[in-house]
Design a protein around this ligand. Sequence first.
Ligand SMILES: Cc1cc2nc3c(=O)[nH]c(=O)nc-3n(C[C@H](O)[C@H](O)[C@H](O)COP(=O)(O)O)c2cc1C
Length: 352
Amino acid sequence: MTWTNDFTKQLGIEFPIVQAPMLGVTSPQMVAQLSNAGALGSLPVGGLSPDKTLALIRQTKTLTRKPFAVNLFANTLPTPRAAQASQMREFLTTLARNHNLAAPTADALDTPMYSYADQLDILVSEKISVISFTFGIPDDASLKTLKSTGAVLIGTATSFREAAVLQEKGVDMITAQGIEAGGHRGSFLDDEPLPQVGLISLVSEIVHRLPRPVLAAGGIHDGKTIRAALMLGAQAVQIGTAFIACTESIAIPSYKSAVMNATGTDTALTRAFTGRWARGIRNAFMNEVENSGIAPLPYPLQASLNAALRASAQQRDDKEFTNLWAGQSTVNVQAKPAVEILQQLIQEAEAV
Ligand SMILES: Cc1cc2nc3c(=O)[nH]c(=O)nc-3n(C[C@H](O)[C@H](O)[C@H](O)COP(=O)(O)O)c2cc1C
């Protein structure tokens, strides 16, 4: 099969395979090694401080000279309101006490929040050639700045309407994120209920109706699903879950084994961890927060409030009290170097 297409040519890469940005899982090593092997690595920096963003970009650049994407969160930030948080704070404090985990600190909601706007100067000065984003679209001035650098801009859509908005704003390519996908939903239109469109329907609809190149994300896990997405008209695939347990992943060991052992019904959409809908493997934290009936705080305040609890759970490798983001397709998740996973995907696709 021929891998070369408009997408690979425009980005200067060998395979139309994008390693999904996965905050909390992806390391600079994972990004660099996959880019070095001809795919497109994606470095997640959503919500990180400018200092951390710069350090991660610089570290990745020491490991590869090939193109890689930098991934932003394009949401607007909420105003913390302590009173609104009191019920959730009390609930999490009791939960932490009952399980010997860290309770929310008094200043948890004062944790600095960073926007994509704080990261723009760095992306420009570091001459990042591919910029992907999720949770919305950068404002017009920011888009103009990013476009003036000549970078390829890739936005995330979970519905046809979101894709149309991205196209209207001049975004170059669209990641169609099917409901199967692991991690946060990229959804951003307030006037439609959370889109829950499966990947086959979403890719077909966007390809049929819009001229923009489409990247298929959600449930792609082997050669056949890669070929299927390309056959539907996608120019590239974006793969996350299949890389969670790879050697270069920074996921804790119990998270990796939970993903390797999961089946299609083990994941669910939840707002319990961050306040934003995301797909992960159901665990005690998810159940406890959902059963409490207390509304999660707006994103990312819910995450700030339970950050200490999750960190203490991760420290003791406790998968029950930290987010286990994963997609519905876990059948081919393997604990081996990312490049070996990529090579297997390529060989399988060629053999179909
Ligand atoms: C652990 C995890 C973290 C993720 N973090 C991000 C992120 O930081 N930025 C982003 O655009 N997408 C993120 N995603 C979503 C992926 O970009 C992609 O849509 C998804 O992984 C595709 O579905 P799959 O997991 O079935 O391959 C994340 C997904 C996972 C599984």
